[in-house]
Design a binder for this molecule. Structure first.
Ligand SMILES: Nc1ncnc2c1ncn2[C@@H]1O[C@H](COP(=O)(O)OP(=O)(O)OP(=O)(O)O)[C@@H](O)[C@H]1O
Length: 316
């Protein structure tokens, strides 16, 4: 049974039907990639799931129960959380305060239990493999660490459903690998993950299932193992890749640009022979680099026109 299922979801904005009867199912311990061209309705669906927009029609079931998500707080309380690039964090607050802002653990008399908050923050950071001190102020962290704090914040509610909206868009290669590791951990914890991405390589690497939206409608869903990239593209755009980029027999015409083979004239016969000797002895990358450097034109030779040889190279 899916952890989360949506059916018949409609949502209109003035002049546009952003979602038209869409359905979606998310399963525990699985990543579902939501794909679609720009404007297909992905963000609108995420906003409905996180209580930011209300659907005009349709049903949302969580663990089999029909639920409503009137506010962001209600969505978080029901265990639906989203990791966005644009999560709002506060520079002057500590890492622990940022993680638990708005839902800090409370002790007797309803006062914030600071010790519990730091302990829980440290536990979440450890769980996602982030070596960050919960007491440090956010402004003292590097950008990549701030991103991890945003992820820790999303996980600080006991989430059943984790939505990742293009989480790798602004990350370095190393951070992306760490992100994929985190996705694996969340899967192992039994979270149902909705992963929005425009990158096919990552979709095929981490997703178990896919759902495709086109023009506000669900046009396909299934197991990622049963499709190839062209199938997804075809669903996204509504026609086959061959018809988007048809093969045409192009006539090769006359060249429009012809470049004469050029060489920089060495500044003196002495440097020319030095250059030739360096080139002939350059057998490794570093010695080749040395040869190149020793063959650079001197400042005097730069202003001269290049020497012409008789041959021409045709542009292709
Ligand atoms: N607040 C809004 N007011 C008016 N129109 C909106 C609003 N939000 C979304 N839309 C429109 O709804 C449609 C779906 O947009 P949405 O942002 O959900 O698509 P998307 O698939 O997330 O695209 P992208 O990948 O570019 O984020 C678009 O035509 C968009 O212009």
């Amino acid at each position: 049974m899916p952890v989360l299922s949506l059916s018949g979801i409609d949502r209109s904005f003035p002049g546009v039907k952003a979602l038209d009867g869409v359905a979606l199912e998310l399963f525990a311990g699985e990543v579902t990639a939501l794909v679609g061209e720009n404007g297909a309705g992905k963000s609108t669906l995420v906003k409905i799931l996180t209580g930011i927009h209300q659907p005009d029609a349709g049903e949302i079931r969580l663990g089999g129960e029909v639920v409503t998500l009137p506010t962001a707080h209600a969505a978080a309380r029901l265990g639906i959380t989203a990791i966005h690039q644009e999560t709002v964090l506060f520079d002057e607050l500590t890492v622990a305060e940022n993680i638990f802002l708005g839902h800090a653990p409370r002790g007797r008399f309803g006062l914030v239990d600071w010790r519990a908050m730091r302990r829980q923050a440290a536990a979440i950071l450890e769980r996602i493999g982030a070596a960050i001190d919960p007491d440090v102020r956010l402004k003292d962290l590097a950008i990549a660490s701030r991103h991890l704090v945003a992820i820790a914040r999303a996980l600080s509610v006991d989430a059943r459903v984790v939505i990742m909206d293009e989480p790798s868009a602004a990350l370095s290669h190393k951070e992306i690998e760490e992100l994929y590791g985190l996705v694996e951990k969340l899967k192992a914890e039994g979270k149902a993950i909705l992963f929005i991405s425009h990158k096919f390589d990552e979709i095929f690497r981490i997703a178990d299932r896919y759902t495709v939206f086109r023009d506000g409608q669900k046009v396909g869903a299934g197991r990622i193992a049963d499709v190839v990239q062209d199938d997804l593209v075809k669903m996204m755009v509504g026609r086959s890749v061959d018809r988007i980029y048809p093969k045409v027999a192009a006539r090769i015409g006359e060249p429009v640009l012809t470049v004469a083979a050029t060489a920089t004239r060495p500044s003196s016969p002495t440097s020319a022979s030095r250059c030739a000797a360096a080139r002939s002895s350059a057998s490794t990358a570093s010695s080749a680099r040395g040869a190149r450097n020793s063959c650079r034109p001197s400042s005097g030779s730069r202003s001269r026109p290049p020497a012409r040889s008789g041959s021409t190279a045709r542009s292709r």
